[in-house]
Design a protein around this ligand. Structure first.
Ligand code: ZN
Length: 391
């Protein structure tokens, strides 16, 4: 299958200018100023990208793909993600995580959902474990999960600094990180340890203690929810200036922002202004997580669900409202997560990479077309490929 994308302006994420792209099956075959093919060439699909930017498919590295939540009892368990929720949001690679409930949400189900999304046309990996320590892995060992199970690329989300975490010790977290490190090395995967950081004033101290007292490097950890409150955000800046990765969560509700959560687009500007490298910052949506809404007496009055559509929305806001150049802002959902997660065929528009592409309208920056592994999933903002049970 050949697809020719003509006259688009490419952010790879660095700016390449106006180019044609020839997709060969699921890969980017050639990128040239002009690609001329004979009129009566073999079956070829031509996409006119005039007036569009062509950018890498987005990577959302923290999504509760089979549902999450349940923190307000069973009826608050959230549903699975559907294919078009991801593709309409420009997302072509998802990383699935379990979350708080490591009892009714299991690794076999998580892997089955990842495989389902793969069958439906996008790329999906998972992290092993959930909030709780000791970690409930698939095979019983972190190293074995990473080495033997193709879909598992890292560990997490392990919860720290949170009343819902199992209050792991420095030693417990160090053991997890070193197992993930060795499993990652032996399997050629990232072996990253995704850390859920809660609202407690302990912030990132547990990770810092592991790094100070053992041989585990800081970059073995990938802490998320860094923008959840102003004091964690400040601690996150220090942590990043010391060389650590920081991930912001884009799903939110107005109440969280009123209470001090840092809006991702604004937070990105603040981190860059503070001198943090763009290569250490990522956005993830925390999609399908439950977002509990409490009244002033702490009573649960409503429950929303994290949306993967928030992922690119915050990047767009960073470009349009904060004035961050597209080639910088786009990195937080393309090349940077690809590097952290060691997804070598993802995150860039380049020859030989997977043909995961998003076409953005040059005026509005809205998502127009989405291709996953060379196949058109979204056209003119509409999902033309639906998940198995989508209407
Ligand atoms: Zn979390």
């Amino acid at each position: 299958m050949l697809t020719l994308i003509r006259n688009g302006e490419i952010y790879a994420p660095e700016y390449l200018g106006k180019k044609d792209l020839l997709l060969v099956n699921d890969k980017v075959g050639f990128i040239e100023d002009h690609i001329n093919l004979p009129d009566r060439f073999v079956d070829i699909k031509v996409v006119d990208a005039s007036g569009k930017y062509v950018v890498p498919g987005f990577i959302d590295s923290h999504v509760h793909i089979m549902g999450g939540g349940g923190e307000g009892s069973f009826k608050t368990r959230t549903p699975e993600i559907q294919l078009s929720q991801a593709t309409l949001s420009g997302i072509t690679t998802l990383i699935g995580v379990i979350g708080t409930d490591g009892t009714t949400r299991t690794m076999p189900s998580l892997i089955a959902k990842a495989r389902a999304l793969e069958e439906e046309g996008i790329t999906c990996f998972v992290q092993t474990g959930s909030y709780q320590v000791p970690l409930k892995t698939l095979t019983g060992k972190i190293e074995d999960d990473l080495i033997l199970v193709d879909r598992i690329i890292g560990v997490g989300e392990v919860a720290i600094a949170d009343h819902r975490s199992s209050q792991p010790t420095v030693n417990e977290l160090a053991k997890i990180a070193s197992a993930a490190r060795v499993g990652g090395m032996l399997s050629g995967k990232s072996g990253i340890v995704n850390i859920h950081v809660g609202d407690s004033r302990n912030h990132l101290k547990l990770i810092e203690e592991v790094v100070e007292t053992t041989d585990v490097p800081l970059k073995q950890f990938y802490p998320t929810h860094i923008n959840r409150n102003p004091h964690l955000f400040e601690a996150g800046i220090e942590y990043a200036l010391n060389g650590g990765y920081v991930d912001f969560t884009t799903s939110t509700i107005p109440q969280f922002l009123e209470e001090g959560e840092v809006k991702c687009s604004v937070g990105l500007k603040r981190m860059l202004d503070a001198g943090v490298s763009i290569d250490q910052i990522t956005f993830t949506s925390d999609g399908q997580a439950s977002l509990p809404h409490f009244d002033e007496n702490g009573e649960l009055i409503g429950l929303k669900i994290g949306m993967v559509s928030s992922l690119y929305k915050e990047v767009k806001d960073a470009i349009k409202d904060e004035g961050i150049p597209p080639e910088i802002a786009l990195k937080v959902i393309t090349s940077t997560p690809a590097k952290i997660l060691k997804l070598t065929n993802k995150g860039y528009v380049k020859e030989g990479a997977d043909a995961d592409l998003v076409l953005l309208d040059k005026e509005s920056f809205d998502i127009d077309t989405v291709l996953a592994k060379g196949k058109i999933m979204v056209e003119s903002g509409k999902a033309i490929v639906k998940g198995t049970f989508e209407a």
